[in-house]
Design a binder for this molecule. Structure first.
Ligand SMILES: [Zn+2]
Length: 383
């Protein structure tokens, strides 16, 4: 009997059309004071890239009075958000000597010590992503960062520099060159559009919005969301939002931080995004979780150990470190036409597959389930 069983991984979990990560840089107190409650209300998980040295001693930051506390970011982590690294002191990493992990002011110190500090203060999970200060990187920086992190966020034009920024950390030590481009899954960035939008609104329509008090009741939310629907959801890409300080509208103009954004604008956007999640149009998750899914998906392997009319034994895995890459993939398996119901069990102490369903498509029978591939053998019993 020739093997008929086949397995696939959906592009994004539960076959959502695209992925999106909300990221907030620099570790401001507004992130837990103003943003945290909005994210919680809508069930959205975000990534906060903090500058560990600024949290240790805010007076070392040029934004001293606005920087948050470790306790504040610990609470965000408890609420399910990711705390990522944005270096120790926010230097231009490309200008630093390589140095060593214990030599302050060197590239390796900035990469290693920020991770160590975050994991000391937020021990619940490993710190596995970084955002380059000023989005500056070169080959040496990305190659070094790949020894500490699984994802590195840059910034740039949609579909070009943004894609490179995310991909290069994977390429550096994983030999997965060209992974995203060849598979036509570019990464998009909307931050530039948002920043432009915000500046324009503040410059031209400030009085209007303050008077109206309801910032996104005009068509700007519609324009943003329709752009996201076309450029991100429609293309199946991973979108990254990059914001910094997020404040009530009347405070935005008064601060001197980089690119502050009105929380009044963010609220209706979060509401819209939560609805898209509910409608299963998009998967919103932290930078690390999206990167895990992406890499596990693209290195997924399976082996049919046994198949007959009533049972399939399938081994699933990926070539990555199992302790880090443990995000469940959504897996489809082609099963015999006669099967109406499928029971799946997993050998050993691996987590059993979740969210299982079967369906028929053009005369073929499939079963879909979520499982974290770690080399385990799954037994599918059909009836
Ligand atoms: Zn920054």
């Amino acid at each position: 009997m020739t093997a008929k069983t086949k397995a696939w991984v959906t592009d994004w979990p539960d076959e959502r059309s695209s992925a999106l990560s909300l990221t907030f840089d620099d570790g401001y107190s507004c992130h837990y004071e103003h943003l945290g409650p909005v994210l919680k209300e809508h069930g959205l998980k975000a990534t906060f890239f903090v500058v560990s040295g600024w949290l240790d001693d805010p007076s070392t930051s040029k934004y001293a009075g606005r920087i948050g506390t470790w306790a504040g970011f610990q609470q965000l982590a408890i609420d399910g958000h990711e705390i990522g690294s944005h270096s120790v002191a926010h230097p231009r990493l490309t200008r630093l000597p390589t140095g060593s992990e214990d030599r302050a002011g060197s590239l390796l110190y900035e990469l290693a010590e920020s991770k160590r500090a975050i994991e000391r203060h937020v021990p619940t999970r490993a710190c596995t992503s970084i955002a380059y200060p000023y989005a500056l990187r070169n080959r040496k920086v990305t190659k070094s960062a790949a020894n500490y992190y699984i994802a590195a966020r840059g910034i740039g034009n949609p579909f070009t520099i943004g894609a490179t920024a995310i991909v290069d950390i994977m390429d550096a030590d994983r030999k997965l060159k060209g992974l995203l481009p060849t598979q036509n899954r570019p990464v998009s960035l909307f931050n530039r559009w948002i920043l432009t939008r915000k500046n324009r609104i503040l410059q031209k329509n400030n009085a209007f919005f303050q008077k109206q008090g309801s910032a996104l009741e005009d068509n700007s939310l519609r324009r943003l969301t329709s752009r996201i629907q076309t450029k991100a959801f429609g293309r199946g890409v991973w979108s990254l939002f990059v914001l910094h300080e997020v404040l009530p509208f009347d405070q935005v103009e008064k601060v001197d931080t980089f690119s502050p954004y009105p929380v009044d604008y963010f609220k209706p956007f979060a509401k819209w995004l939560a609805q898209q999640v509910k409608d299963e149009a998009v998967w919103v998750d932290t930078v690390s979780n999206v990167m895990k899914y992406l890499k596990e998906r693209d290195t997924f392997v399976y082996r049919v150990i046994k198949e007959d009319a009533g049972r399939i034994e399938l081994q699933i895995g990926h070539g990555l470190d199992k302790d880090t890459f443990n995000y469940p993939l959504t897996i489809d398996v082609l099963v015999p036409d006669t099967w109406k119901h499928v029971d799946i069990s997993s050998q050993g102490d691996t987590r059993p597959p979740e969210r299982q369903e079967t369906w028929n498509y053009e005369g073929e029978n499939y079963v879909r389930f979520n499982a974290s591939p770690s080399g385990q053998t799954l037994t599918l019993d059909g009836s």
